[in-house]
Write a protein of this length. Structure first.
Length: 348
């Protein structure tokens, strides 16, 4: 019997390298992967795999009536594939879509998707428990497969980011890197940094600002310690920005799994973040500092503690964590789940 074809939905995303890195690892392990979109909607045959990543884009629209129509078409497609004998899977990157948050319609749709999928892939035990409690699915419906690392996924240009922003080479630099919006907690970061009295430290905030969100709470006439680049950071400069910082600060108000945290660890940068979602399973002991989000002084204290971190020890802990996030092992586990057998031979 020939191996099934995996239809990755999507195979490549301009916003996230996750599916691209996963695809490569699955192909390295012997399965053929196709990008799934409108051009080959009805192509998957019995025994093939359709693997979804961000299904909200397939059922949400600009207004609720259109969302209902789009959702019904999406649901009909999934049922058609199911009846045809196609095996369906969903990697639950976020319990709720970032665009809408928790809504009754998203609850119904996400519960339905899990009901028709053969399995749901979850990136941590913490999120697995949340999905079980939220959607009432059984534990054996969900399989924990970690988010793989980003080691060697990006190549820098060699740009001296500190020089670009006038940051002294010896200054301890806190870095926030990623899309900037309300759930990222940038206001709290700025407040904690300014109140920390770390006079010799600096803060660099870089990333595209979402429509409707403003950074006017950052005083343009400050003491020069806060630098802001409110624009999209090109993939080819991500590494350069990471090299510039000493630690990555991710003061999220809400999060399921943070690709930004894994990106930082992939470049041996310790992470400061709240104990939310799966962060405690990725930013494990020695890989950074996790603070209690309910403590109004938690972030400020974490910033202060990080300045005295033993970076050599942190690198040892991070190296161990990255070994756990190896893509080949993740892909091998997924393939066994895809095929429903432990006898599938994973390529060495």
């Amino acid at each position: 019997m020939s191996n099934p074809t995996v239809y990755m939905w999507p195979k490549v995303s301009e916003f996230n390298k996750y599916s691209e890195l996963l695809t490569k690892s699955i192909e390295d392990n012997g399965l053929h992967v196709e990008h799934y979109d409108k051009k080959n909607t009805l192509q998957p045959a019995k025994g093939d795999i359709v693997h979804m990543h961000w299904p909200s884009y397939s059922y949400q629209a600009s207004n609720f009536p259109l969302t209902i129509v789009k959702s019904l078409l999406f649901a009909a497609l999934l049922l058609f594939l199911k009846v045809r004998g196609v095996r369906l899977f969903w990697t639950v990157h976020n319990v709720w879509p970032h665009s809408t948050g928790k809504t009754k319609w998203d609850y119904r749709m996400r519960k339905f998707i899990l009901s028709v999928c053969n399995k749901g892939f979850i990136m941590s035990e913490t999120v697995k428990r949340e999905v079980i409690e939220t959607f009432g699915v059984s534990a054996d419906k969900l399989v924990v497969t970690p988010h793989g690392h980003y080691v060697d996924a990006y190549v820098g240009k060699g740009t001296d980011i500190r020089k670009r922003f006038g940051i002294p080479p010896e200054q301890f630099l806190f870095l926030f890197l990623g899309r900037i919006n309300s759930y990222k907690g940038i206001e709290k970061l700025v407040e904690a940094f300014l109140s920390s009295k770390l006079e010799s430290a600096g803060l660099l905030i870089a990333g595209k600002v979402d429509d409707g969100y403003r950074l006017d709470y950052i005083d343009p006439i400050n003491d020069g310690r806060i630098k802001v680049y409110p624009h999209f950071v090109d993939d080819h400069e991500l590494v350069d920005y990471l090299r510039a910082g000493n630690v990555m600060v991710l003061p999220y108000n809400q999060i399921t799994t943070s690709g930004s945290a894994i990106l930082a660890l992939s470049h041996y940068k310790p992470v400061i973040a709240p104990k939310l979602g799966s962060l405690s399973e990725y930013v494990s002991e020695g890989c950074g500092i996790l603070y209690d989000p309910a403590d109004p002084d938690g972030l400020r204290k974490a910033l202060a503690m990080s300045v005295n971190m033993n970076m050599n020890e942190a690198e040892k802990h991070i190296s161990k964590k990255l070994a756990e996030l190896d893509w080949q092992g993740i892909a091998g586990k997924m393939i066994k789940v895809y095929t429903g057998t432990k006898r599938y031979e994973v390529n060495a």
